[in-house]
Design a protein around this ligand. Structure first.
Ligand code: FMN
Length: 600
């Protein structure tokens, strides 16, 4: 019988209209896609049968070449079988590891957990049956690989559906394929496509584990999109470079900000009831020029530098601690490492001027930037801390980090520091730039006693008095040279560059705030990109924030530096963006708004 294709109508389906899925539903699918992770650490809790079935139904709903549906799912529960497969992993993994022997990357590889075969409650082997049903499969012959490609689509469906149920999936490819096919008894014509570990995870990281340990960064999407032919860029993502995209004119800025306020005011809550989260969300919307701001990809740069002024006896710790702490940051043991891991935040460690010799294996780490201008500043109680050229070099070190962040598609950058003696430099900076008295500006830093504090006041007052005679514009730069530090100047550089590309920039504690004071003096527009993470317990920090007329996000009585406050504040910035993006409005939720006659 001949079918008249003109008259043929599909039996089921729904009318096509653009708003079939609500904004909340659209956001939800994006959320699941971005929250999916490869999981290697599992809890033993079994997966309920009905949930497993739902996940497999999602897999089975995948598209396939010629509707071939070439997949099978082998639920591997037997510990005996899994032990054999784990053996295969151990053998192949040792071979892979040996390819990197003797390198820093090899050490990192050995430390990675790359499977969860035995501890996950279930393994699923997903196979491709190349001869499924018939010899002619519509559309397959020209591209035979489309059969296993189709299986991969089923796997991605399974992965996402599992994620929506709070279940993790880890794909193990470090296996001897032939050996595993034999263990599982696959007949000829059926090949293994994926071996998956499935179960409730210990955690869902917010970024891939390989990114978190700085093995590899996510590529910048813009570089992957071509138009018409290979290599011709297609500019889809708004550029963040200050030169090719000046910030929008004031009236358009106002529009985004006004629209963001309007959007937030329609959310299902009394007006203004989310307090500072609302202002943070609107500021992010303005900076990212979207009503759907995102803080998915976050990074903190920890800048380190040594200070010549320590010879004046102004700190409770010896100068070598700066170098030792850099090693601690790189081995992942410092407070900032813990808080960054918790927040899914990457860390870059930047030597801006540390007195120390870095072992060769550290120099190969992709998150370490040994850019040191000099082995510490000069003693600014006697002479300028650095030359003008050194100061420019340090500022450039900080600017470079913003360019790297833009390339990596980072949504928000934080700055923190480490440098024994740097509260003395920061105090001198705020005395010089904000007109504080040395006695108000000097705190206890790492915990100095009264006598040392008195000496510190003397050093700060003396240095500012001495260098004031030569002061020249811009004052921010002059005072960085005179009494600053290489890590402080680098932070100033990061703020200056962030302002240029409109990157949200989270400023950590007292020292980073002093760097911001210098940046604000050099370019007042830096204010627009800076978020001040917290009010620290260092004596002068609260008043410094007041003098700069900025409001900190948190007050946790912290006084550590390293970017620890910035790491915590990033959670709240992310939370504020999510409120603007995903919270229901009175309209979308069908909830009555306030009675107009009864609101203030
Ligand atoms: C085909 C494929 C094979 C993979 N094999 C392994 C593996 O053997 N071991 C492992 O730890 N991760 C493996 N992964 C996970 C990737 O490392 C991971 O997907 C990637 O780093 C991105 O991280 P995310 O999945 O958490 O977003 C594999 C992923 C895919 C898609």
């Amino acid at each position: 019988m001949k079918i008249n294709t003109q008259e043929f109508k599909p039996r089921r389906g729904c009318e096509v209209h653009a708003d079939e899925f609500s904004g909340v539903e659209q956001e939800l699918i994006q959320r699941v896609i971005h929250a999916r992770r490869d999981i290697r650490q599992f809890r033993s809790t079994p997966i309920p049968a009905d949930i497993l079935l739902r996940i497999l139904e999602a897999a089975h709903a995948a598209p396939s070449v010629g509707f071939m549906q070439p997949w099978n799912f082998i639920l591997v529960e037997s510990q005996e079988t899994r032990r054999e497969i784990k053996e295969s992993f151990n053998t192949v993994n040792a071979q892979e590891e040996s390819k990197l022997d003797g390198t820093a990357r090899g050490e990192l590889y050995s430390s990675l957990k790359l499977e969860g075969i035995l501890e996950s409650p279930l393994n699923i082997a997903v196979t491709c049956d190349h001869s499924r049903n018939e010899s002619f499969v519509l559309g397959r012959a020209p591209m035979p690989q489309t059969a296993p490609y189709s299986v991969c689509l089923a796997i991605e469906n399974l992965w996402l559906a599992a994620r929506a149920e709070g279940i993790g999936v880890g794909w193990v490819s470090i296996l001897d394929k032939i050996a595993v096919e034999k263990i599982l008894g696959l007949p000829s014509g059926v090949e293994l496509v994926a071996y998956l570990c499935v179960g409730y995870p210990v955690e869902f990281r917010s970024i891939p584990m390989l990114e978190e340990v700085c093995w590899k960064e996510r590529a910048h999407l813009q570089k992957l999109i071509f138009r018409d032919r290979w290599g011709t860029p297609a500019e889809l993502i708004p550029s963040r470079s200050g030169e090719d995209k000046p910030s929008l004119p004031a009236e358009q800025q106002l529009t985004i900000s006004a629209r963001a306020w309007d959007k937030i005011n329609r959310k299902t809550k009394p007006l203004g009831s989310l307090g500072m989260l609302e202002t943070l969300a609107v500021r992010l919307a303005e900076l990212q020029q979207t009503l759907e701001p995102k803080l998915r990809r976050r990074r903190i740069c920890v800048y380190a530098g040594c200070h010549g002024v320590t010879v004046e006896g102004v700190s409770a710790y010896p100068s070598e601690v700066t170098e030792q702490m850099v090693l601690n940051f790189l081995s992942g043991g410092a407070a900032i490492n813990v808080l960054a891991r918790h927040g899914g935040i990457q860390i870059h460690v930047v030597d801006a001027g540390v007195a120390g010799n870095w072992p060769a294996e550290l120099l190969r780490l992709s998150n370490f930037f040994p850019r040191g201008v000099r082995s510490g500043t000069r003693n600014f109680f006697r002479e300028p801390a650095m030359t003008a050229a050194e100061c420019r070099q340090a500022i450039e070190i900080g600017r470079e980090q913003v360019r790297l962040a833009v390339q990596a598609g980072i949504d928000a950058l934080g700055i923190g520091e480490m440098g024994i003696g740097n509260t003395t430099a920061a105090s001198a900076l705020i005395v010089a730039l904000l007109g504080f008295h040395a006695n108000e500006a000097v705190g206890r830093g790492t915990g100095i006693n009264d006598a040392v504090r008195e000496r510190k006041v003397e050093v700060v007052a003396g240095a500012v008095k001495k260098h004031a005679t030569q002061a020249c514009l811009p004052l921010g730069q002059y005072w960085l040279e005179a009494v600053g530090g290489y890590e402080i100047a680098a932070m100033t550089g990061t703020i200056l560059e962030a302002a240029k590309v409109r990157m949200p920039l989270v400023v950590d504690g007292f020292i980073a705030t002093a760097a911001a004071a210098a940046a604000f003096d050099i370019n007042p527009r830096c204010r627009e990109v800076c978020f001040f993470s917290h009010r620290s317990d260092e004596q002068a920090h609260g008043n410094t924030l007041k003098a700069l007329e900025v409001e900190p996000i948190l007050d946790l009585k912290m006084r550590l530096g390293e970017g620890t406050g910035a790491a915590l504040a990033m959670h709240l910035l992310d939370a504020s963006a999510r409120i603007l993006c995903t919270m229901a409005s009175f309209d979308s939720a069908g909830i009555s708004g306030a009675l107009e006659a009864q609101v203030e």
